[in-house]
Design a protein around this ligand. Structure first.
Ligand SMILES: Cc1cc2nc3c(=O)[nH]c(=O)nc-3n(C[C@H](O)[C@H](O)[C@H](O)COP(=O)(O)OP(=O)(O)OC[C@H]3O[C@@H](n4cnc5c(N)ncnc54)[C@H](O)[C@@H]3O)c2cc1C
Length: 377
């Protein structure tokens, strides 16, 4: 008889694992600390990255037994600005979008809601308002999947996990402006990262991502709003503020995300794009692989390492190199991106001998600088 599976966290990774296990005949129970799914988010728009692999990400999701029953917007172009507001208009050369926009949160038009419904239809039991910790998983023979995401994840994160935190500060709003995808690379409004404005179907998300100077969140957000207003004329109604952490486990890619009877998936396992924070793909894929490892009795660590271990390491090298650029370096990067952006992004997101060489240095240096970041939070 198939054993029962318990999952902590009804986010992207936990629900993907739950859907796959339930479809394979397992009895699955998911514990969620909030009264609903997606409560970490507020209807904000996020991008499902689509440049790393040849396969379109929506096809990958279907392959992982996820129905595309959520609204999305395919983005084939991207406006990119430097600190002087010089513009590069990037167009996908690869006949596939750079990314798909999705909404996050609890409402019916979100990815989180869609996964919840798919889990329920597959027979998954979700227990809300139930915060669980590692202690609940001990002294039991049951199999657990830990899928607690970011922020308070320290309660369930693997032991000895140092954390680099990236911070996002943003707003969601209603607008009459047309669909746009704009990003700005400028350390004075988004230190070591980027600010973005996404408008989709009369709703907008504007945010600054920061990898240092976290105490300047409000200031950077205000400056970002002013900067985007210089680029396009857009109205904003019903403005709501949001913020969030992006956790980067320092020892990731960890040697193992399997501890006794526990498998770690998603952001709490350190699965995250260290360069720009595109964590959704990692979350869904790791949830799928954890389920596969149980269903087919395969080694989970071997599965995730072979699927995206190299990508994780490359993203850490990319973060280290990106932090060296500064505003003048961003200008050069934008010039390089301009010619063939799809090719450039795919080449740089995938492993290469240079990125492999940089990785050990990146790991040590980022570990050191993250200690400062944590002190500043
Ligand atoms: C502002 C912001 C913007 C982002 N933009 C993008 C983007 O554009 N593209 C992209 O790919 N990624 C983006 N990300 C990252 C992406 O959202 C995450 O990587 C992804 O959601 C991680 O999925 P997960 O399943 O690991 O965790 P989550 O989706 O966060 O789910 C974790 C769940 O576990 C629950 N939980 C936590 N602790 C417990 C506990 N102890 N007991 C019970 N339940 C618990 C939480 O309530 C939550 O529901 C962004 C993140 C932020 C903060």
């Amino acid at each position: 008889m198939k054993s029962d599976i318990f999952i902590i966290g009804a986010g992207l990774s936990g629900l993907t694992a739950a859907i796959n296990l339930a479809k394979a005949g397992y009895k699955v129970r998911v514990y969620e600390r909030n009264p609903d799914v997606g409560m970490r988010f507020h209807g904000d728009i996020q991008g499902l990255e689509n440049w790393t692999s040849e396969e379109d990400v929506l096809k990958s999701l279907r392959r992982m037994n996820i129905k595309i029953s959520f609204p999305y917007s395919a983005r084939y172009s991207q406006e990119l600005y430097d600190d002087d507001l010089n513009k590069a208009f990037l167009k996908s050369e690869a006949r596939k979008p750079f990314y798909y926009l999705v909404r996050r949160g609890s409402l019916r038009d979100t990815l989180d809601y869609s996964l919840k419904k798919q889990a329920e239809e597959s027979g998954v039991e979700i227990i809300y308002n139930k915060k669980m910790g590692i202690k609940d998983t001990r002294n039991t023979k049951d199999k657990w999947i830990i899928a607690t995401g970011s922020l308070d994840s320290s309660a369930t994160a693997p032991e000895k996990s140092g954390i680099i935190k990236g911070v996002a500060a943003g707003i969601t709003f209603e607008t009459n402006a047309k669909d746009r995808s704009i990003a700005i690379l400028d350390d004075s409004i988004a230190p070591k990262a980027y600010a973005y404005l996404l408008i989709w179907d009369k709703k907008g998300t504007l945010a600054t991502c920061m990898f240092e100077n976290f105490d300047k969140g409000n200031e950077c957000l205000q400056k970002s709003i002013e900067r985007f207003k210089k680029i396009i004329n857009f109205d904003m109604k019903n403005i709501k503020r949001f913020g969030g952490f992006v956790n980067f486990l320092l020892f990731s890619p960890r040697k193992t995300n399997t501890e006794k009877n526990r498998l770690y998936v998603g952001e709490c396992a350190g699965f995250q794009d260290y360069l720009w924070g595109f964590g959704m793909g990692y979350a869904i894929t790791s949830g799928y692989l954890a389920a596969k490892s149980i269903i087919e009795n395969k080694d989970y660590d071997a599965l995730w390492k072979s699927e995206f271990g190299g990508l994780l390491k490359t993203s850490m090298s990319n973060r280290y190199l990106f932090e060296k650029l500064g505003n003048s370096g961003y200008k050069r990067l934008i010039m390089m991106l301009k010619n063939n952006p799809s090719w450039f992004l795919m080449k740089n997101y995938n492993p290469s001998p240079i990125k492999k060489m940089v990785y050990p240095i990146a790991r040590i240096k980022l570990k050191k600088s993250s200690a400062l970041n944590i002190a500043g939070v």
